[in-house]
Design a protein around this ligand. Structure first.
Ligand code: BG6
Length: 462
């Protein structure tokens, strides 16, 4: 039996925009808006209204999650739902009462709330008026929203996160066109990266003003870490992997934990004439407001080789002029997602955090397996026989446990996800849940992996 430390947290992760549904919302976020403009950009034409309807069904959904052994739920508060007027951060009463009741219901069911404040869901008005996180004014509006959340729910919520996967915002909205506003602008993505780091630090500043002296209250950020492995031992490939590591991981890890950007990255961006605009006052805020703990979303690593210089010299500055993907022969793939399955990265991440990031407390805040057409695995009892997902979790948990046994401070594992949820442009192309949601009938059924997770969480191991 592989055992985990006492009090290890067994949870599931989701987000407001992917689970709540769009009922009676005052404002749209960028995905609500984009879907309204261009439904065909979304898989099967399915948009953000088609969810597990958490906004109405949260009581039943939480009971079902409890039955699947989920003892903590990481979800998010939608800025576009909670706030009526973004400039003054005035509150929407119905949303306040909804989130209050969700948190109370979680606690009544023994499910610990872990609350995230931004999961790709920029209010579209702020995107259109100011360019979202392109603007430092929006950084301040976000900090005011964060403060409202801390004040409203901080008496009962001990664990907070400022952002989910800021790197994906850069990739999706500013580089590769899978998030609205679908821009392709490398230098702008650099400024947005800086502004999000600043926004996170400003939210932490607000948090510390309210709860700085309360040791039970913690705040962190959630990063999708993708260790970058070089294709070979050649100096050129190692250099490429080093820059990929700076861009994909350290650009957020370092300011969040060490309070400053990696010097190597700053030099590289300055030489390329794309360095962000920063003031010394802002850099002090980043320095003085680091995280208490870290959320790590892990799905796949990066395999990197030195770039095709000739091809890249033709294009405008983009971060990937420094590195190319490498399709390593023999790598194990999740073919439905076209993502490599490589559990050992979790051990590498654990040791990296132990040795290079102050051995900070951390969580797996997402890990899971997305599979298409899961109805093909439903047996005669109506249950999805998702042994592949159980194997995926076992293999990842084994590597994680090894890292913990060697001194890394991982405090919990949140699988993505509890109930199958809507996933941005991919809608329901890949399902990740421990619980199946039939989006036509809204019938929710625990999968084989959910029953396995229940035992895992009860025994604290497998
Ligand atoms: C994570 C995001 O990166 O991946 C989630 O935090 C997302 O919001 C999940 O749903 C799975 O993405 P996809 O595109 O495979 O469904």
């Amino acid at each position: 039996m592989l055992e985990f430390p006492q009090n290890f947290v067994w949870g599931a992760a989701t987000s407001g925009p992917q689970s709540e549904g769009n009922f009676k919302k005052q404002h749209q976020n960028v995905f609500d808006y984009w879907y309204q403009q261009e439904p065909t950009a979304f898989y099967d034409g399915v948009g953000p209204d088609t969810t597990s309807n958490f906004f109405n069904d949260y009581k039943e959904d939480l009971l079902l999650m409890k039955k699947a052994g989920i003892k903590a739920l990481r979800t998010s508060i939608q800025w576009s739902r909670l706030i009526d007027d973004f400039e003054t951060a005035s509150l929407n009463a119905e949303a306040v009462s909804f989130y209050n009741d969700v948190i109370d219901t979680m606690l009544a069911n023994g499910i610990e709330p872990y609350i995230n404040l931004f999961h790709f869901d920029m209010p579209v008005e702020l995107q259109h008026k100011y360019g979202g996180f392109e603007s430092k004014h929006v950084v301040d509006l976000y900090a005011a929203f964060a403060r409202q959340c801390f004040k409203l729910f901080g008496d009962r919520v001990n664990n907070w996160f400022t952002f989910n996967e800021p790197k994906v915002i850069l990739d999706g909205a500013y580089l590769y066109k899978f998030h609205y506003p679908l821009k392709v602008n490398g230098p702008l993505s650099v400024q947005v990266a800086y502004n999000i780091n600043l926004a996170s630090a400003k939210a932490i500043l607000e948090f510390n003003k309210l709860y700085g002296s309360n040791k039970e209250k913690k705040i962190g950020i959630i990063l999708n870490l993708t260790p970058a492995y070089p294709a070979s031992e050649s100096e050129a490939d190692k250099k490429a992997a080093n820059i990929a590591e700076l861009w994909a991981n350290k650009m957020f890890l370092d300011p969040a934990i060490k309070g400053k950007f990696p010097e190597e990255l700053v030099v590289l961006l300055r030489e390329a004439k794309v360095l962000w605009d920063a003031t010394s006052l802002e850099l002090d805020i980043i320095k003085n407001n680091t995280i208490d703990n870290l959320g790590v979303n892990y799905y796949h690593p990066m395999r990197v080789q030195s770039p095709d210089i000739a091809a890249n010299s033709l294009q405008d500055w983009m971060p990937d002029i420094y590195f190319d993907d490498y399709e390593m022969p023999g790598r194990v793939m999740n073919v439905d997602k076209n993502w490599e399955i490589y559990p050992k990265s979790l051990y590498d991440i654990a040791i990296n955090i132990r040795d290079n990031y102050e051995n900070i407390d951390w969580f797996i805040s997402e890990n899971g397996m997305g599979v298409s057409n899961e109805e093909r695995f439903i047996d005669e009892t109506g249950i999805v026989q998702d042994d592949y997902r159980i194997d995926f979790m076992k293999n990842h948990l084994s590597e994680l446990q090894k890292g913990i046994s060697e001194g890394s401070h991982c405090q919990g594992y949140f699988t993505w996800t509890g109930i199958d949820c809507w996933s941005w442009k991919n809608a329901y192309r890949n399902r990740y849940g421990l619980i199946r949601n039939d989006i036509h009938t809204q019938v929710k059924t625990i999968k084989k992996s959910g029953y396995w997770f229940e035992k895992l969480s009860k025994r604290n191991g497998f």
